[in-house]
Ligand binder design. Structure first.
Ligand code: GLC
Length: 664
């Protein structure tokens, strides 16, 4: 199609009046415009603070109709100079062909002549030699000091995770581990994607033998989180800062799915660097984001913005550099995400209502509604925002809305999502069709819903948060990420946290087996599989999202274990993974009930498999850093909830009441 015609037909978005929290949060509606210039004139877009990001590296009139408008927010060149830390781009960022080591490698076809996975120097798009040399140096230091602590290990650790059994476990596997770690760092470095000469993220998978990478050559927001933590814990903050800022830039992108415009605060699921030849032997680079409009099934990346906020906080915590989160444009980015999540709808619950496949499980798996994973990430993002948002007048209302939502959300999850043998017995004897505000069976759950597997399977000790709760519907499947992240962010009570880990321990073969960790348990089989997944051939029972085992969940498991003083469990899982992952080329996921086989359609050299392993090791070796990444109970929040309940005459309003009522 002719470019000009196409542009003229492209839908555009008009701004409506700002609404929330006294903060300029434009709502938009779609309209078709024959003339993009005219529609630009209609735009009174967010008054963007000076110093905000320019839109892109290369001015590209054909890609998105409104791009140039954004450059008026700030000067793209200033932005590049700032984030590149000295890599000055005086033009609009042309990558010079003669310098292949700074070229983007996100497009697999361009890396066609680099089939050898051993050839790591420069493959990832930047010169990784210094990183590899650093690893070699540390390995030598380790060899010379075999009886001493590992490099980077700390003396004074104030949390339980330094118990001697963990130390022993660590030492006993250190030989194998060092080799695995060394290879992992190389694979990770190799996956780095650069934009305008600077590292901006890591591609999802980087298997040189894969001829059909689909979108696995892109930088996924959720996939980059363990990579980011590995880099930060290793002392490399540049790539993380660039990633955060570039995604911020993409957040304000004009995005359309057919003729509809998703909310302005939406962060992309992934992005890639597009390189196109330019005159004078140069190449142009631009970032191309996917907000779900190209994704299989057109799934909404609800988790991306939540992860972005979580990473932003982690960046400040680990580096001590708070200047990034204090930037006006960054504060604006947080507010946009929060506004999107907190906007009024028809909801009756404080949980976030989403469509199927809006998180790590990005295919139809019956997780529409109020899936636990989204709730736990939402909870963390709320806690991060409450911490990070500046206390000025412009944020005051928003912070108070956040606090109220946090209280209601944790109350709701603690009360209604947590099950153990006792609770299941209670549900088993539920009366139904109760009409009143103090109904016991509030969601009208029919006891027949208790699945057969659960009654036999649930142990005497331990418990977990169910996968989803809707009217007359409890999804009793165990979803690992949501449960682990609830422990990490203190969404569940301290006692519930303990019980979740206890359950994982007592059902080790089900959750871990031959490879940590099952994404959910159990798998959907027979008619359930047919009806709930829509007969998805990728999500067959005990494969992929349907009960497959995902090594990337290792880092979250490790963090949860460190928080709960159970590093023995984390080491057990890490040791298991370490024995197989490098030998089997870092698969994306494993199949079968026990996690024995490499997944049928699993990618190899899957970056978040590699970085989750590295991050787990780094966290175990630096527990004081790990403690920066989790949250403890916040009694102020509990108090808000108890006070709210007391207004309806159900409880006394005090901090003690909060403790006794909510800390089961
Ligand atoms: C798969 C996973 C998703 C991940 C993506 C890239 O689609 O389900 O969670 O982000 O691959 O690795």
């Amino acid at each position: 199609m002719n470019t000009v015609k196409y542009l003229a037909m492209k839908p555009c978005c008009r701004l409506l009046k700002p609404r929330f929290f006294g903060f300029s949060s434009p709502k938009r509606q779609c309209s078709f415009s024959k003339n993009s210039t005219n529609s630009n004139q209609n735009r009174t877009y967010l008054s963007q603070p000076s110093g905000n990001l320019g839109a892109q590296c290369v001015v590209d009139h054909t890609h998105k109709p409104f791009r140039r408008q954004y450059t008026s927010w700030g000067n793209s060149r200033i932005f590049l100079e700032k984030i590149n830390g000295g890599i000055v781009r005086n033009d609009n960022c042309f990558a010079v062909k003669a310098l292949p080591h700074i070229r983007n490698k996100s497009s697999r076809t361009e890396a066609g002549n680099e089939k050898n996975p051993e050839n790591v120097y420069g493959r990832g798009g930047i010169d990784v030699k210094p990183l590899i040399e650093k690893i070699d140096k540390e390995e030598n230091e380790y060899k010379e000091n075999k009886d001493c602590k590992a490099v980077g290990e700390v003396d004074n650790v104030n949390i339980e995770s330094s118990v001697s059994s963990s130390e022993d476990e660590a030492v006993s596997t250190r030989g194998v581990g060092k080799e695995a770690e060394k290879e992992a760092w190389k694979v990770l470095a190799n996956a780095i994607v650069t934009y305008c000469g600077s590292p901006v993220g890591t591609m999802a998978a980087n298997d040189p033998t894969d001829t059909q990478p689909l979108n696995y050559d892109q930088v996924f927001i959720r996939d980059f989180i363990p990579s980011a933590l590995a880099f930060l814990l290793k002392g490399d903050k540049e790539i993380v800062k660039n990633f955060l800022l570039h995604n911020l830039q993409l957040q304000s992108w004009e995005k359309t799915v057919d003729c509809f415009c998703p909310g302005q605060g939406l962060m992309p699921a992934s992005f890639k660097v597009i390189t196109t030849p330019h005159e004078d032997g140069k190449e142009e680079e631009r970032l191309d984001a996917d907000f779900g409009e190209s994704a299989i099934g057109r799934v909404a990346p609800v988790d991306s913005g939540l992860w972005w906020i979580i990473l932003l906080r982690a960046y400040g915590k680990i580096t001590g550099d708070l200047s990034l989160q204090e930037r006006v444009d960054v504060q604006t980015g947080i507010k946009l995400i929060m506004n999107l999540c907190l906007s009024d709808g028809f909801d009756m619950f404080p949980t976030l209502l989403v469509t199927d496949g809006s998180c790590m499980i990005d295919r139809r798996m019956g997780i529409h509604g109020h899936p636990l994973e989204i709730q736990s990430l939402f909870h963390s993002a709320l806690r991060c925002s409450r911490e990070i948002l500046s206390g000025d007048e412009g944020s005051k209302n928003l912070v108070s809305v956040i606090s109220n939502r946090l209280s209601a959300l944790s109350f709701h999850i603690r009360e209604y999502y947590y099950v153990d043998i006792e609770k299941i017995n209670e549900i088993y004897r539920y009366k139904t069709e109760e009409y009143s505000t103090d109904a016991k069976n509030k969601f009208n759950i029919y006891p027949e819903q208790i699945p057969k597997w659960l009654a036999d399977w649930i142990p005497e000790e331990g418990g977990y948060l169910i996968g989803n709760l809707q009217p007359a519907h409890m999804d009793f499947r165990f979803f690992t990420l949501g449960n682990l992240w609830s422990i990490i962010s203190s969404l569940s009570t301290p006692k519930q946290n303990q019980c979740i880990l206890k359950l994982i321990e007592s059902k080790w073969d089900d959750f871990v087996g031959s490879m940590p960790l099952k994404i959910c348990f159990p798998a959907l089989e027979y008619d359930d599989w047919r009806i709930i997944t829509g007969s998805d051939p990728k999500n067959t029972p005990w494969s992929y999202h349907n009960g497959g085992s995902w090594p990337t969940l290792l880092w979250q498991f490790t963090l949860a274990c460190i928080k709960m003083g159970r590093t023995d469990l984390a080491w057990k899982a890490v040791n298991l993974a370490e024995k197989r992952l490098p030998a089997e080329h870092w698969p994306e996921y494993y199949d079968t009930r026990n996690g024995k086989f490499i997944g049928k359609q699993s990618r190899l050299y899957q970056t978040w498999t590699v970085s989750a392993y590295l991050t787990s090791k780094l966290l175990l070796e630096n527990p004081e850093k790990a403690s920066l990444l989790f949250w403890e109970e916040d009694y102020d929040l509990l108090e808000i909830c108890v006070c709210a309940l007391s207004k309806s005459g159900r409880n006394k309003c005090s901090r003690d009441a909060a403790k006794s009522h909510i800390l089961v």
